[in-house]
Write a new protein. Structure first.
Length: 365
């Protein structure tokens, strides 16, 4: 479990205890009093999740309590007071109603975060201290992280989930945590922004209809600079509830202006919103904000990628969302975005020609 601030946790418990309203009939409670009255229930439910279940160090008990408290607030707002008045045991009815929604919210959040892996800070410090002098430090760290997985394999080779994906006409080159070393090496080159361009020859590029680079929005990232130098477009993909995501735009604006001196054909694509929930006000506000912020560029795509746990589950099974659940609504989202993206780049008619009657991309021979 991720280390948490014990003082904050103790202070939270003291504040809840001090704020606890007096006992009285539930119909006399205000909304805030009812929420405070059942905050101890949130903690009790959060404590029932084993340490191993709490997303392998990504979440701690404070995170779980916050998630549960938000779920409790939503549950109070949905409470049917008329039905509660008819209950013979109002406290039991409330606990049952709240518990179901609190536990559900906690489980969904843990499922979302379980695919992430946080490296303990003391291990990171060890790697930073020894990296470049003792490469075995890195090797030993990863051996310790994956020891349990390696031990599960009888033949002594690293454990690997079976690849059950279908054969698609695409290639995927994944990143690794050791790309930091590549980044440092790029900075030592005479032309650090043209390394990727020198490695990709015309024959290689002509083998693909489209090439996508996914890089972090860092002002000093040579990996991102290299990708922009040889790209036709750059693309903002923003989490609909990420209130800090728009800060990346300011960084990108500065980077793009400097890169355009080396690549004058570089143009923006419309913004794509992901993890979108139409019933959440923050998501609607984010869309309105993006439409205003990016109006002078390419605007915002009409379609978005909805919030769902199906993406994480498909990744865990090493399947694309189409293999995992072709009929899932989020699969349709990706199809719609693909078509909208192609229409923007090559026009509606050419984009339509790439799709068959089932509204999926045709396979190229």
């Amino acid at each position: 479990m991720k280390k948490y601030n014990i003082k904050n946790y103790v202070r939270y418990k003291e504040d809840v205890k001090a704020s606890m309203p007096d006992d009285k009939p539930y119909e006399e409670y205000t909304r805030d009093e009812l929420i405070i009255r059942f905050l101890p229930l949130v903690e009790n439910l959060g404590r029932k999740f084993a340490t191993s279940q709490q997303a392998s160090g990504v979440l701690n008990i404070n995170d779980i309590i916050q998630i549960g408290s938000e779920a409790l607030t939503r549950a109070v707002d949905k409470l049917d007071w008329n039905m509660l008045a008819e209950s013979e045991d109002q406290e039991k009815t409330l606990k049952s109603f709240f518990s179901k929604r609190i536990k559900g919210a906690m489980r969904r959040r843990i499922d979302m975060a379980r695919g992430n892996m946080r490296i303990p800070e003391h291990k990171l410090n060890e790697i930073r201290k020894d990296f470049g002098e003792d490469k075995k430090a890195v090797e030993m760290f990863f051996n310790s992280v994956f020891l349990s997985l390696d031990a599960a394999n009888d033949n002594g080779t690293p454990y690997d989930a079976p690849d059950v994906s279908q054969d698609y006409n695409l290639d995927l080159l994944g990143a690794t945590i050791l790309l930091d070393e590549t980044e440092e090496g790029m900075k030592q080159q005479a032309l650090p922004t043209h390394i990727l361009q020198s490695k990709l020859d015309v024959e290689t590029i002509n083998n693909y209809d489209y090439i996508l680079f996914d890089t972090p929005p860092s002002k000093h990232s040579k990996l991102m600079h290299n990708a922009l130098v040889i790209s036709d477009y750059y693309w903002y993909i923003i989490g609909a509830e990420d209130i800090w995501a728009l800060d990346a735009r300011r960084i990108m604006d500065m980077v793009v202006e400097s890169i355009k001196q080396l690549n004058d054909k570089l143009s923006p694509l419309p913004v794509l919103l992901t993890k979108y929930r139409s019933n959440v006000i923050q998501c609607q506000v984010m869309r309105d904000t993006c439409e205003t912020e990016f109006d002078n560029l390419a605007g915002v795509f009409k379609n978005d990628i909805r919030f769902t746990t199906q993406i994480g589950r498909s990744e865990a099974k090493r399947q694309s969302i189409y293999e995992y659940g072709r009929n899932e609504k989020v699969a349709t989202d990706y199809t719609n975005i693909t078509k909208e993206l192609l229409s923007f780049c090559i026009g509606d008619k050419k984009a339509d020609a790439l799709f068959d009657g089932k509204k999926t991309l045709k396979k190229r021979n």
